[in-house]
Design a protein around this ligand. Structure first.
Ligand SMILES: [Zn+2]
Length: 502
């Protein structure tokens, strides 16, 4: 690609105020542009980088035996009503009405759509197991989009769905994804940690999140250096200390969703004096309550944390509803837990029969008996991953892309006296299968060098009267700044060999 043909230029200052360095660089280097709050256009360089990420993901999913499909962005509301999520999820779910007055949703994930496909296509145990994946746009109407692509409203995900006859099959596909995700992140150049996680709005029985540790992250993780325990704060457990019986009570009104109805109930949470309430744990307790509603919904509900001693007031349920904090003791080994900030880049869920039971997705087993299909769902935020990679791979001058995901492998610069040779080198490199961004613009050398550093392609090749006089092409590695002059007739071999080593 010739830079003179690109629609956008680099910019010295970020177009919008941003507190996240990686996002600022993606804006300045011309990878993305904001269209609305949490909604972005991907310019050519950004789109190229996304394609590289997606290619790695396709390879790894194909290696698991996955079949690539594509499900729509727009779903009939009836599917989401069947699973119950139409009622369970609030304003985050995009809803619209078509010209015939039919309710539709914008995909927030695709469990329902896949379950409906399975309901139509799968008859017999002989058709199981199955694994289907797609790379598709999602819409989640986040009330606080921030940090660019890290927390956007429209985003791209790789999501896959496993169908099995039993829990053992699900466990195998879950483990296969767990391992494949580590390979994907390693190939992209993003260090991640897998932690125990909340099943959240997907539902199900087990979830792990893949976390990129960074101070800009909004998730808090609890890590134990003693035994390796790792969990999102939403689910982290800890050994409750002895308390002197001092307690605090928090009262609020909870909305309980029962089918299409919403009921209000006054809930009081009782915690040890020094504890913090864990809202996720509390919500799960209330969900469990929903399944066995009491006769009189107006009665107050008293939930008491299991770390509280000496409580003599009303008790409807004793459970863990406290949030683990830095320094709390690990449940397993007693060592102090420490907290770190992180961005969630992927998650995997054992859905079990949560969707197949509610949506009637069954298969006939070897004994001729209809059974619910056992499902798993797995997802990586592709656009969020791009943002995390920009955060991980940059320096003061700009982005520093690993070869595997760089939009182009080589940045070719033509300076005074070097244009003619550069044009022929551009053709040679492309014929050799090397991705080249060619700075053919009529700009000062300083502008071209600054732009090359900002865009951050792995190898910079400079052709000028001076480099030719010195014996050939100046080759600079963006990562460590190492520079050498390579003779023209040796350049293709040099570049090919260097790329192969990465
Ligand atoms: Zn521990």
């Amino acid at each position: 690609m010739k830079m003179s043909r690109l629609m956008n230029e680099t910019v010295r200052e970020a177009p919008s105020v941003t507190e996240v360095k990686g996002h600022e660089l993606l804006l300045r280097a011309g990878f993305v542009r904001q269209v609305a709050a949490g909604v972005f256009s991907y310019l050519h360089l950004g789109q190229r980088a996304l394609q590289k990420l997606e290619a790695i993901m396709r390879q790894e999913m194909d290696a698991l035996g996955g079949q690539e499909i594509k499900m729509p962005l727009v779903h009939p509301a009836a599917l989401w009503q069947a699973s119950g999520r139409w009622y369970e999820i609030d304003a985050e779910l995009g809803r619209l009405v078509d010209r015939n007055g039919r309710s539709l949703t914008l995909a927030l994930s695709h469990e329902e759509t896949l379950a409906e496909l399975a309901r139509q296509e799968i008859r017999s145990y002989r058709q199981l197991p199955q694994l289907a994946y797609h790379i598709q746009t999602k819409w989640r109407d986040d009330p606080r989009p921030r940090a660019g692509l890290i927390r956007s409203r429209e985003f791209t995900m790789l999501d896959s769905y496993s169908l099995d006859a039993d829990d053992a099959g699900l466990a195998a596909q879950y483990q296969a994804h767990y391992d494949a995700y580590f390979r994907i992140f390693a190939r992209c150049g993003l260090p991640v940690l897998a932690v125990e996680a909340d099943v959240g709005m997907m539902g199900g029985t087990q979830a792990d999140e893949f976390m990129y540790l960074t101070p800009i992250g909004e998730d808090t993780l609890l890590l134990c250096d003693g035994c390796g325990y790792r969990a999102n704060r939403q689910v982290a457990t800890f050994r409750k200390p002895e308390t002197g019986g001092d307690t605090q009570a928090m009262q609020f009104v909870a909305e309980l969703v029962v089918g299409e109805e919403k009921l209000e109930r006054v809930v009081t949470a009782v915690l040890a004096h020094h504890s913090q309430l864990n809202e996720t744990k509390l919500v799960h307790l209330l969900d469990a309550q929903r399944l066995r509603p009491t006769a009189d919904q107006a009665t107050d509900l008293w939930l008491v944390d299991d770390g509280v001693t000496g409580w003599s007031g009303q008790v409807d349920k004793v459970a863990d509803i406290a949030a683990a904090q830095d320094g709390d003791a690990c449940t397993s080994c007693g060592q102090p837990l420490r907290t770190v900030r992180a961005v969630e880049v992927a998650n995997i869920f054992k859905l079990g029969t949560r969707y197949s039971r509610t949506m009637g997705v069954t298969f006939v087993d070897a004994h001729g008996v209809a059974q619910p299909i056992v499902m798993g769902s797995y997802g990586i935020g592709v656009t969020r991953l791009l943002a995390c990679l920009a955060e991980q791979h940059h320096d003061a001058a700009g982005l520093v892309w690993p070869v595997a995901i760089a939009p182009y492998q080589v940045h070719l610069l033509a300076l005074r006296g070097g244009l003619e040779t550069a044009v022929s080198l551009y053709n040679d490199l492309q014929q050799a299968g090397i991705d080249v961004l060619f700075d053919d613009r009529e700009e000062r050398p300083g502008v071209k060098f600054n732009d090359a550093d900002l865009i951050g392609l792995p190898l910079r090749l400079t052709l000028s009267q001076r480099s030719l006089a010195a014996g050939g092409v100046e080759v600079k590695i963006r990562g460590d700044g190492e520079t050498a002059v390579v003779p023209l007739n040796d350049l293709l071999n040099h570049v090919t060999a260097w790329l192969a080593e990465q």
